[in-house]
Design a protein around this ligand. Structure first.
Ligand SMILES: [Zn+2]
Ligand SMILES: [Zn+2]
Length: 348
């Protein structure tokens, strides 16, 4: 079968022929419906080198995957051939206290995981191929009957990460609250929908591109404002001087982080999701009183189950552009150039 593989650090991935995997005991092979192309893959290809993570190429890319069960290994009982499934992407040890809660992102015994700190598409073979080996059946989540398996793929990361960010600050998203979403791209446009579907808070979207601001309005933002040095003041104006109860920064560059701190209301949450690598000083007076700063990383399996359910009921929708496996290298070039509408999904 064909697979898009990262052969070396600091190189472009290559389309190569590899054997179709067969499932061992407890394992499952899925036929891929869709595999999302993620910005973090660009970091993986271009910025990583030996020693950054405890694994190395070659491996097949694609850590946002969904499809149908193709074959099961001995002892697998929770899925059967033909079932539509999404793959929970962060693979932990399965037995530490975090993994038992389904928070395998924060596994505390990563040396006992299928690969330390990684997963399919992150050190082990991912979904940018016709078939993918899933090493434990617990990584599979059944899809609701009405959910398009191609759309389910990006939901496992580009959906799960913003859903986790939104959910973490739910208690502050009261009906009289204001939530700011900075950066309305693949993740940000999902965040707007999650806030809309699960709270009655007012949503202000901030982005540099008009197209993104239009998308934000279309998916439920109450206000869409241009990202410039006046944005924090505009957010103050729109909130009667109070500021935003929750600010979700999907960019993570110094200017957006400064904006987030300047726009946050006392007692508010500022959540850093984007990995642009910016930083800001943190001191007693660098933000309003009792503002919490937090980072988030991906999400838990229970959260994935919830969000797939929401998507199955049509409450949220992931915009995506399809690419064939042959065209997968182009998907990454388009992603790099900021030319993809919604999420790029490879459909073998
Ligand atoms: Zn990703
Ligand atoms: Zn664990």
């Amino acid at each position: 079968m064909k697979a898009l593989r990262l052969m070396n650090w600091k190189s472009e991935p290559e389309l190569v022929e590899v054997p179709k995997p067969t499932p061992g005991p407890g394992q499952v092979v899925i036929k891929i419906a869709g595999a999302g192309a993620c910005h973090s893959d660009l970091h993986l290809m271009h910025d990583f080198e030996a020693g950054v993570v405890p694994w190395n190429p070659p491996f097949t890319l694609g850590h946002e995957n969904a499809g149908w069960v193709d074959s099961i290994g001995a002892g697998v009982t929770t899925v059967k051939d033909g079932d539509a499934v999404a793959v929970y992407g962060p693979w932990g040890c399965g037995t530490c206290s975090r993994c038992r809660l389904g928070i395998e992102t924060l596994c505390e015994n990563p040396m006992a995981a299928p690969i330390p700190g990684g997963g399919g598409g992150l050190g082990l073979d991912g979904g940018m191929a016709e078939y993918m080996l899933v090493p434990f059946e617990r990584f599979l989540v059944p899809l609701p009957a009405n959910l398009d398996p191609i759309m389910a793929a990006p939901l496992t990361d580009a959906g799960l990460t913003p859903y986790h960010a939104v959910r973490r600050s739910w208690s502050k998203m009261t009906p009289d609250a204001t939530v700011v979403v900075i950066g309305v791209g693949g993740l940000g446009h999902m965040a707007v929908q999650f806030i809309k579907a699960t709270t009655a808070a007012t949503i202000i979207a901030v982005d540099m591109k008009n197209e993104a601001l239009e998308l934000a309005k279309k998916v439920g933002a109450d206000h869409a404002i241009v990202s410039d040095d006046k944005a924090a003041a505009t957010i103050r104006e729109l909130t009667g001087g109070r500021g935003a109860d929750v600010v979700l920064d999907f960019v993570g560059a110094e200017p957006t982080m400064k904006m987030a701190l300047a726009a946050a209301r006392t007692l508010g949450d500022v959540t850093l999701i984007g990995i642009a690598g910016g930083s800001v000083p943190f001191s007693f007076f660098s933000q309003g009183y009792e503002v919490s700063l937090q980072t988030i990383y991906w999400g838990s399996k229970p959260e994935l189950i919830e969000l797939l359910d929401m998507a199955g009921r049509g409450l949220v929708h992931a915009e995506y552009t399809k690419y064939t496996l042959d065209n997968a290298p182009q998907a990454y070039l388009d992603l790099q150039a900021g030319k993809v509408k919604g999420r790029a999904v490879i459909v073998p």
